[in-house]
Design a protein around this ligand. Structure first.
Ligand code: ADP
Ligand code: MG
Length: 618
């Protein structure tokens, strides 16, 4: 078989250009990436052999680094799973998920800001080697196959593939170093980088060195699983580097927890809270969960049963010796020990978040901006902990437009006779602030929580109450207002009874009822939902997902103290059957729709009515 030429996918070309041309401040990390890939490849081989899915010649796993000073090459070899021709094309010729909108946006942002770190979350991994090499050869043989394959590229937009010779399965990555990168041939330099970035790698990273005229193999890393070490023996940088290794994220983590559970349930966990939201956290394919180790062996690289979905941003490692080595995914699902570990971990993480919120609010705001939406899902899914999770919510409010508060602060500032926690949902803060529903609360100095995330309607609906106080949408149902206002409302409704009946009849296709609006001060009217009805933002969310939202009619509240209503009333008193009344009814309803950010029933009819009024009044 001859050499075949391939072109990189467009997005790989873009990425390569960024990697090569941007002056990435720390080129050393290329070695960390290649070692990390080698270690992943060995993990896979070890797992498949352990579960008898493949047969290996040797279980003497290692990663070998070979500098060649004459040829100016640096070779990183592993005896892991290896790659077939197809694997090579798929893994080194494309970037997983690169077709996504997020990837394109990232490329654009990197170009604008020059912040190459943004590339990190997409796994620039292998390609980072082009920072130090102008040509790379990859010779690989997949475990269980007879033939090997060679991939080479000069990062010029193309790569070549040809058949190759190789004994054992595994992969050799041969870097032809750039002229300005010959420092990576130096043994001291290699030792230093491995120690710094890859010390915790579980397999020996070896290099042949000459000692007393004899060549011997030196192991460069301590191989000690970082999570099993004593906390006091771990440097901050080690924690960070280990995070980058397991998460494939180039950014430092926001925080971490490292603990050992002792007693009836024994396990060790090292868990990280990332500082940036992974682009795919809302995708089905997102791999969640810490990796699971049993007796030092990695059983699964992302064990989703170890954490609840609403904490899926957490990365890390859990090691338990109470589980059997040959545990399968299915077995884990309903395993009692796994459930206990999950509960324990959940408690720890929520506790940690509470800690950050209490002691470093600025940091917490950063966290919340990235992951608040994910965390909130827990209020819906984790009934037992919903109040604990709600405690972690932060938001703006009518009286706190510029700073975030939480439920506890809201409650502290409630007036003595206020029994409910009020909130309003909407698409944006700007829109919410304009809402006529807030008029009453502004007037009375009662605070209202602002909720602008799509899922907030569901979340608050699921929460129902916080610290025994009902959480109540001011867009729905009756408000518990003070006695005087109640009386006033009843009187007005009596006074306007017939007219209200007439308006209700005019609008019976659109609304379920017409009431005197006690929430209104300056505005003429507004629409409110039924107490138990689905939130408007929620309905819109369902519709955007192509699902049918229940189409229940709302209640029209009219401000009967408004001058317009006096006009309508006198009109009604003169001629209760007047067709003018119907026109007014329609206009009032259209106004309520517009105030709600919706369209009038019939926009062209609405427009012609308004022009008519304008004509008359000018
Ligand atoms: P990531 O490690 O985040 O998946 P990389 O760019 O580092 O991204 O690697 C791309 C892919 O190439 C890996 O997912 C893996 O499938 C394959 N690969 C890279 N190096 C090796 C190796 N030494 N052995 C086997 N497969 C490898
Ligand atoms: Mg990698």
């Amino acid at each position: 078989m001859a050499t075949e030429k391939f072109e990189f996918k467009a997005e790989v070309k873009e990425l390569l250009n960024l990697v090569i041309n941007s002056l990435y401040s720390n080129r050393d990390i290329f070695l960390r990436e290649l070692i990390s890939n080698a270690s992943d490849a060995i993990d896979k081989a070890r797992y498949l052999s352990l579960t008898n899915q493949i047969k290996l010649n040797s279980n003497n796993f290692k990663i070998k680094i070979t500098p060649n000073k004459e040829k100016k090459t640096l070779t990183i070899s592993d005896n892991g799973i290896g790659m077939s021709k197809d694997d090579v094309i798929n893994n080194l010729g494309t970037i997983a998920k690169s077709g996504t909108k997020e990837f394109m946006e990232m490329i654009k942002k990197v170009k604008e800001t020059g912040d190459i770190n943004l590339v990190g979350q997409f796994g620039v991994g292998f390609y980072s080697a082009f920072m130090v090499a102008d040509k790379i050869d990859v010779i690989s043989k997949k475990a269980g196959e007879d033939t090997a394959v060679k991939w080479s590229s000069k990062a010029d937009g193309n790569y070549e593939i040809e058949p190759a010779e190789k004994g054992d399965s595994g992969t050799d990555i041969i870097l032809h170093l750039k002229d300005d990168a010959h420092e990576y041939l130096d043994e001291w330099k290699i030792r230093e980088i491995v120690k710094k970035y890859s010390d915790y790698i579980e397999y020996p990273i070896v290099m042949e060195v000459e000692k007393d005229k004899k060549v011997e193999e030196e192991t460069l890393n301590s191989m000690k699983a970082i999570w099993m070490k004593d906390k006091s023996d771990i440097k901050e940088d080690e924690y960070k580097e280990f995070y980058k290794h397991i998460s494939h994220d180039f950014n430092d983590p926001l925080d971490y927890i490292h603990f050992k559970a002792e007693g009836t349930l024994e396990f060790t966990a090292l868990l990280y809270i990332p500082s940036k939201r992974p682009f795919d956290i809302y995708y089905k394919e997102y791999k969640m969960g810490p990796s699971l180790y049993v007796k030092k062996v990695q059983i699964m690289d992302a064990c989703e049963d170890l954490i609840p979905t609403y904490l899926r941003f957490v990365k890390g490692v859990v090691e338990s010796n109470d589980l059997p080595l040959n545990v399968s995914r299915e077995m884990l699902q309903n395993n009692r020990i796994v459930t206990q570990i999950r509960n324990n971990i959940t408690k720890k993480i929520l506790g940690k978040l509470e800690d950050i919120k209490k002691n470093d609010f600025e940091k917490y705001e950063k966290f919340y901006k990235e992951f608040g939406n994910v965390l909130k899902e827990g209020i819906h899914y984790d009934f037992e902990r919903k109040e604990e999770i709600a405690k972690l919510m932060i938001f703006n409010s009518l009286q706190n437009e510029d700073k975030k508060i939480d439920f506890d602060t809201y409650i502290e500032n409630m007036a003595e006779n206020q029994n409910e926690i009020y909130y309003i949902t909407g698409d944006s803060l700007e829109e919410i602030k304009q809402s006529p529903h807030l008029e009453y609360f502004k007037d009375k100095g009662i605070d209202v929580i602002f909720m602008t995330d799509e899922i907030d309607g569901i979340i608050m609906g699921a929460l129902m109450e916080y610290k025994k106080k009902k959480v109540k949408s001011i867009l729905k149902g009756d408000l518990e207002v003070d006695e005087n206002i109640k009386k006033e409302k009843e009187e007005k409704e009596k006074e306007y009874k017939d007219l209200l009946e007439r308006i209700k009849d005019d609008l019976k296709d659109y609304i379920s009822d017409v009431k005197a609006g006690v929430r209104l001060k300056n505005s003429l009217c507004c629409l409110v939902g039924d107490e138990n009805e689905m939130d408007e933002t929620m309905k819109r969310l369902l519709e955007s997902l192509g699902q049918a939202a229940p189409n229940s009619k709302r209640i029209l509240e009219i401000n009967l103290s408004h001058p317009v209503m006096q006009k309508v009333k006198s009109l009604y008193e003169v001629d209760p059957k007047s067709s003018k009344i119907k026109e007014y009814s329609q206009l009032i309803y259209d106004l309520a729709l517009i105030l709600n950010g919706e369209k009038p029933v019939d926009p062209s009819n609405f427009a012609s009515k308004i022009s008519e009024f304008m004509e008359k009044n000018i």
